[in-house]
Design a protein around this ligand. Structure first.
Ligand code: NAG
Ligand code: NAG
Length: 385
């Protein structure tokens, strides 16, 4: 009996010791870029120092933090790869600048990491391009990143898409800001594909293309508290480029769009490819001076040489609730759906969109749309049951 109590006592002490030596927040190991010979000022490429610091942080067994000091640095394209041995934070207190005239896939890319926090600082792509050109790099890319965050980051002057997520799961994008001029071609703000569980929160986007673009394989996406403008609005698609492309389970709420060329848009191409856009809710959205506040375009044709006709992408179960503001054109609601696969389950509730100029009335233009409308309806709805 006595021995048993003694043994239990030792087990207890051992347990206590284990608990108190488990690394916590404060045991995060910091890897400072300045200790890797990175030259400040923005004239000398520091990509090798950055890769070395990243390698050490990523290999650290436990929480690690790569600290970029408050200074300007020139960085050639880098791929910061995982998997890492513990959660890792990329903490940027400075400005990273890309080289001018850059070509390639992406400038800063993170790959195969679970538990990444990208925190703070400015990422300056040194664009934007004066005209569209092939091979211009995405500014920031997350490829196969899971359970991670990007917060308080400023992405500016991209040559192409600012932030592209591909193959990602459970990502929170919180309070970032994106800015490129209105006339910069193909500078999407945040583009998501083949990813699920992505939350974009309290983010400000000014760009020359879609503020948010959800392309094929985007599922369980929340876009909340986003301000967009200038830009091409919050877009789904285009779909219909390959077989069975889907975008599902999306909530867009409490967003404001200013001076954008589109507001809430779903676009699909006329083709033989099937696909689905379903379970999308737009709620508490305001517009100011927006060109096409609500638009479904199932004959989307960016190049003007597309096939015209029916799209086989099915749009269904889409709700617009409390959507209001001003439109730059009088056709404020355009729901042009496919003749072969009409839109169904479309719900409009409390819509109030005025023509910006003389408070004249706005109109709707529908084809092949089924669903219902209720509450305030300006313009007069054109959905059939
Ligand atoms: C629709 O999407 C929402 C949020 O993305 C989700 O919570 C809900 O379960 C989905 N509904 C259906 C019927 O799949
Ligand atoms: C509605 O849209 C269709 C297709 O874009 C167009 O041909 C038609 O003229 C429009 N109708 C009105 C009243 O604007």
């Amino acid at each position: 009996m006595k021995y048993r109590m003694k043994a239990m006592f030792f087990v207890y002490i051992l347990l206590l010791a284990t608990i108190s030596f488990t690394p916590g927040e404060c045991d995060t190991k910091v890897f400072n870029l300045k200790d890797y010979g990175a030259i400040q000022g923005g004239n000398v490429d520091i990509s090798q120092a950055l890769l070395k610091a990243w390698g050490d942080a990523c290999n650290w067994k436990g929480g690690s933090k790569l600290e970029v000091p408050s200074a300007t640095y020139l960085v050639n394209p880098v791929i910061l790869k995982g998997p890492c041995r513990g959660p890792i934070e990329f903490h940027n207190s400075g400005t990273l600048k890309g080289p001018q005239g850059l070509r390639g896939d992406s400038w800063i890319e993170f790959q195969y990491i679970d538990g990444l926090t990208l925190n703070g600082g400015v990422f300056d792509g040194q664009g934007p391009p004066k005209q569209a050109a092939p091979g211009l790099p995405t500014l920031l890319r997350f490829t196969f990143i899971t359970n991670s965050r990007a917060q308080l980051v400023k992405l500016i002057n991209s040559q192409s898409t600012h932030f592209h997520l591909f193959g990602c799961k459970q990502i929170v994008i919180d309070q970032i800001s994106i800015s490129s001029p209105e006339n910069s071609p193909n500078t999407d703000g945040i583009k998501i594909g083949e990813s699920n569980g992505i939350d974009i929160l309290k983010t400000n986007i000014e760009s020359g293309d879609d503020c948010v673009a959800l392309i094929r394989g985007s599922k369980d996406i929340t876009v909340s508290g986003v301000t967009c403008g200038p830009g091409h609005g919050i877009s789904i698609g285009s779909l219909g480029e390959s077989e069975n492309e889907q975008v599902e389970h999306v909530v867009v709420r409490q967003c404001r769009l200013f001076d954008t060329t589109n507001g809430l848009r779903i676009k699909t191409k006329a083709s033989d490819m099937s696909g689905t856009v379903s379970n999308i809710t737009y709620q508490d959205i305001s517009f100011r001076n927006v060109d096409n506040p609500i638009v479904f375009d199932q004959n989307y044709c960016p190049s003007r040489t597309c096939r015209q006709g029916n799209s086989r992408v099915q749009i269904k179960d889409i709700k617009f609730i409390n959507v209001h503001g001003t439109s730059k054109i009088n056709t404020a609601v355009v729901l042009q759906c496919s003749g072969s696969n009409p839109c169904k389950g479309i719900e409009l509730k409390d819509i109030n969109i005025a023509y910006y100029k003389y408070q004249a009335s706005t109109i709707s233009n529908c084809s092949n749309v089924h669903g219902q409308s209720s509450g305030i309806q300006i313009p007069k709805p054109c959905i059939s049951v």
